[in-house]
Design a protein around this ligand. Sequence first.
Ligand code: ATP
Ligand code: MG
Length: 448
Amino acid sequence: MTWPPLLRLQAALGPEAELVIVGGAVRDELLGRPHADWDLASRLLPQAVMARAGAAGLKVIPTGLQHGTVTVILEDRPVEVTTFRSDGDYLDGRRPETVRLGVDLAEDLSRRDFTINAMALPVGGGDLVDPFGGRADLAAGLIRAVGDPLQRFAEDGLRPLRACRFASQLGFDMEAATQAAIPERLDVARKVAMERVFKELDKLLRGQEPQRGLALLAKSGLLDLWLPELRPMVGCGQNQHHAHDVWRHTLEVVRFAPAEPALRWAALLHDAGKPGTRSVGPDGEVHFYGHEARSLELTEGIFERLKASHALRKSTLALIRHHGTHPTESWSDAACRRLLGRLEADGLALDAWAAFRLADQRAKGQAWELHLAEHTKLMTRLESLRAARPALSIRDLALDGAALMRLAGRSGGPWLGSLQKRLLEAVLDDPAVNTPERLAELAARELP
Ligand code: ATP
Ligand code: MG
């Protein structure tokens, strides 16, 4: 269980380096999961790693000398080698004040967050170093803090969130004392920088069992630190269309949505506006009038706080904006084309819209097979309408703005945009109208 180029590095550093694979790479290798990077640790000080790897012709970058980290490039892949270290006191709940290099491997492993992340595997061969029972916890599917969880969560407020993230990614439970410590340390978690919170939430959402991670956030109180707008969803009852309350439905949509960022974030946030718009009609029926608009507002606020990227905001908002559109068989082709046009104008791919819709339907907890049959039929229809490449936007009209100005003998102005809109409506109703001749005829009639 190792990657051959690591042996080359091991040879360059020599046996006294005690080069080991650590952290996430060991965990994921033991689980047979793919992992993006190899984390390595060594007894050598960073200067010695640089000198020896450099002398062997390897490219080395001093990425974090003060923390003992250098990056070695092996077959074009960056590999971090960190000197065995212990962390000094954590005074601010975020970063250790100092780090001490030159400690032994056991001490290095003891500073790590969870038992499943605190194992080491010698690169040159040899037994797994597992002082905290990480392997047993991997087998049992448990996230357990190394040492006293209350103390470990007091040192670094990100750890409770990482614990929820690993529960989601690995489909693990959280060991009881570890879980019980989170509500006691919310004040430390509160101090973590939003960029780091966002990265962890994003990984949590994209995990294989995101509903576990989200349920843990809600149960532990972490949810209220970063996503307080979502709390009212818990226990918010719905109507005859739903078997679940809004929160439970949300967890199901997240679970069923493909593991792509915008789809998972939209799944989490699409019904956030429901609690605030809930009303009960005279017949006792529950309504959520205007909840999409409210969900959009809440989502913008949440993404602002979490400093999410512009691209993620845009695609998530588009999914939420269109999640309440439910075409039926009685829709005309023209109405279906208008929907395709609205999705396109919002930069939302039909596939993404469809995947979201399917997850949302499936999560209602009722007669799923009926929904699937209806969904498949609808998608076949939308796809065949789209395959005919009808004009869906003003850009697609057979006469462009310049041609219309020439025809009208006028220079541009508000008249042009409103004419183009009317022509597009005619073309959406009947794509055969989209030829230069017929558009010219229509324009002549429309113009004063
Ligand atoms: P992944 O790379 O899949 O996100 P990982 O476990 O490798 O997961 P990294 O952030 O790459 O996580 O960190 C590598 C290792 O460093 C971890 O496995 C863990 O041993 C240790 N570590 C990372 N963050 C912390 C932390 N906040 N507190 C204690 N140890 C940590
Ligand atoms: Mg890692």
